[in-house]
Design a protein around this ligand. Sequence first.
Ligand code: ZN
Length: 684
Amino acid sequence: MKKTILFMLGLSMTVASCSGRKEKEETKENGFEYAVDRFADLQILRYQVPGFNALTLKQKQLLYHLSEAALMGRDILFDQNCRYNLAIRRTMEAIYTHYKGDRSAAEFKALETYLKRVWFSNGIHHHYAEDKFKPEFTPAFFVACVKALPSEAVSFLAEQTVDDFLKEITPVIFDPEVLPKRTVQSGDEDLIRASANHYYAGDLTQKEVEDFYTGMKDPNDSTPISYGLNSRLVKEDGVIKEKVWKVGGLYTEAIERIVAELEKAVPFVENDKQKAVIESLIDYYRTGDLRTFDTYAVLWVEDTNSDVDFVNGFTETYGDPLGMKASWESTVNFINKEATKRTKIISDNAQWFEDHSPIDNRFRKKEVKGVSAKVITVTMLGGDCYPSTPIGINLPNADWIRKDHGSKSVTIENITEAYDKASQGNGFSEEFVWSDAERELLKTYGFTTDNLHTDLHECLGHGSGITLPGVEPDALKAYASTLEEARADLFGLYYIADTKLVELGLLPDAEAYKAEYYKFMMNGLQTQLVRIELGKNIEEAHMRNRQLIARWVFEKGKAEKIVELKQHDGKTYVVINDYEKLRRLFGELLKEVQRIKSEGDLDAGKKLVETYAVKVDQVLHREVLERYAKLDLAPYKGFVNPVMREVKNEKGEVVDITLDYSEGYANQMLRYSKTYSFLPTYNN
Ligand code: ZN
């Protein structure tokens, strides 16, 4: 639950458009083209990997094999997101590749856009909004396209006939009532049955799932495993059981490939600790044993001296309504030593921050352990980090490991930089920011305060505080992710205004924090709504968290007019009248959210989320959408990876690893589907 996805940056500074020549020129710097593609509500960018050429050959080879491993698990995520995703992706790709008709005709274009969205979301549901895409082509067109495919193009159907396949799959694509939402995480429905994802199968009820895992847990275990993390729970012939994702288990075809690449990486490790990390991960993939996963996680968090690092596995649980089952993801990276000086200052002072945070003493960490933070440069994104990628990560997620061994936080600066570069001059702040004073703040400090807020969120926020003994790790149920993100954001917001940061040299002066405050409030109250369709609620945890915070402080400060929504020329703007009092409100809310987490107060947590985070002000929403539409920008971004290649001499020895930045979005996706696709179409 510890991932930061780019947010207000995505709006005020870093939303860019590449539709048209003008914007293209603006996104180009030193000949590097950041903008790659644009469709639906998405823009595809490219990131650079500065510093790669200065690495040793051995380090590059290590990165190469870890990067290959990062791509091997792509199909797993598709299947996790919905049981029909691989079938639909493969069908659409077959049509896209073999279509003989007019490729510029509207229906084919609509199918192309649909496929591009499926690639982007790793499935048929929106990666943020969670609802199923509505195709802009007709069922008749789809059926005709499939029937026109040569038989070898539909070999992935295995024993199914094309007619049976069409009968099954057409409603999945076209009927809005069938599998409407990937994950449902609020409301009074049965969350398991209402969710389309494939973490559960066999018509289980939420109660059956909850009972199954409650029965497994030992309340006196102080080092509990992450129950349910790496398996699908199924009911077959009335028996409820876990199908574990491991070599020899579910998804073995992909996991074996991941393991093989990890094995190839071992000879190139930088040190013994790193070797132990990779070997324990291999061991875990082989056994599926969650105790081994914890061993791996501890080794990983304690490996702080290697330059090269990675995440590879079943990691984040945002997609499971009950917050147990993890999606597969990978990032591969190396340290940015210069920028890490900044995060080192933060982690060196972690105890000071913990001691001074505005929370109840009972929930404070007496001794902050093993907080490590660094700024990294990614070389490959995979699974749930691709193409939509976090800008910061803090792991591991198990609370007891964080308490006893600490956590590792990263800020991914080659990603934030690409966002920033791609957004310059897009007209966004002219439209939504109240006045030149705020615009000047954002321009002067925005990039610095954004990165710093991410550092604070990841490195300190998620790691701070304790859960009282006896409180279940999943006590906050479907509200846990939102509240956890709120806690981390509030920690960052509270401290970014502290004079300590200026003293530590992290901010240039005592004005800088105002840039972050303005951006956060504008985004949380208003501009993040550009990502939501009119009439819909907010679903995604980070977005819920931001509105929760912004709405809560807005309401609490209403009498004193600390923050206002002001009208000017028929448009609504966020105006902050008192930054110091706003900071105090952030502190108050942090105190309450920490209490909720520490005590596992589900009722209070539920009330906070349902009151402030989910529902959208319809009038304001309509206005924001209209204003945003005029800017012609894409509210969501993602990235293509560079192409990494081994260069061999005539003896077949690897003499270098190169990066190529020329691959387009569709080409990359098609190549991945060809080269890195190992799972059967249906994985039962
Ligand atoms: Zn987070």
